[in-house]
Design a protein around this ligand. Structure first.
Ligand code: SF4
Length: 231
């Protein structure tokens, strides 16, 4: 992998090789954008297109897109991305990857576009198709994810709460039963991060882990967030 500064050479040749045999990790905003694009709930999107991988080191789950035949991404049809305008951040950035807010040119021999001599300005490339929203939401998610990785509580070892955490992060429509469809994807993601923050606090301060009480507290916190930001 090579660190890049301002410019890199690349011109997509539309071979779709970057959609084959790749693990495309999704963040909550990616899932919300795909659900909006396909007019499906987040629950339907998860059922049809996503699998969860467990990180055995920390007990956290990360969603990736399912593959269809020969390892091709399930969204790729006739070498074209069927969700192009709403494709996830990692696809938007390819052939770049973003690690700790630095951009890296991936070492991907299969990519014919890298052999082309078209210069791309880094800033223009990442701004393409409102990439800026994708980046800011990915940064917010990264912040939460780092916090979760370093949790000292038993929350991640507790099956019920670990599952609840996944619902809050990735399946917004299940938690709210589709009642907050008036919010845009960014606001839904922000509310979901806010609820995750609250789940950690509520869990840490609880002496008795009564599931109904904790869920009720989360809904109350959600109402406060909505009052503060949308009334
Ligand atoms: S989401 Fe689209 S761009 Fe990303 S791997 Fe799948 S088909 Fe390719």
């Amino acid at each position: 992998m090579n660190k890049i500064i301002n410019e890199f050479k690349f011109d997509c040749q539309k071979t779709a090789h970057c959609c084959e045999n790749m693990e495309i990790f999704l963040n909550p905003f990616d899932i919300l954008k795909i659900s909006k694009k396909l007019d499906n709930t987040t629950t339907q999107i998860i059922d049809k297109y996503i699998i969860f991988l467990e990180n055995t080191e920390n007990g956290l789950y990360r969603p990736i897109i399912k593959s269809a035949r020969r390892g091709l991404c399930i969204f790729n049809i006739d070498k074209l991305c069927s969700i192009h305008n709403s494709r996830p951040l990692s696809c938007r950035l390819f052939p770049l990857a973003r690690i700790n807010k630095e951009y890296i040119l991936q070492d991907v021999d299969f990519c014919k576009g890298l052999k082309e001599n078209i210069a791309n300005r880094l800033l223009d490339y990442i701004k393409e198709d409102s990439g800026i929203d994708y980046l800011s939401m990915a940064d917010l998610f990264h912040e939460k994810y780092e916090k979760l990785k370093n949790l000292n509580t038993g929350l991640l070892n507790d099956k019920y709460y670990n599952n609840l955490l996944n619902v809050l992060l990735y399946d917004f429509d299940y938690f709210y039963n589709g009642e907050l469809n008036y919010l845009n994807c960014k606001d839904k993601a922000k509310l979901s991060f806010y609820l995750v923050e609250n789940l950690i606090e509520i869990y840490d301060s609880s002496k008795v882990y009564d599931k109904e009480v904790i869920i009720e507290k989360l809904f109350l916190e959600g109402d406060k967030f909505l009052d503060k930001n949308f009334s």
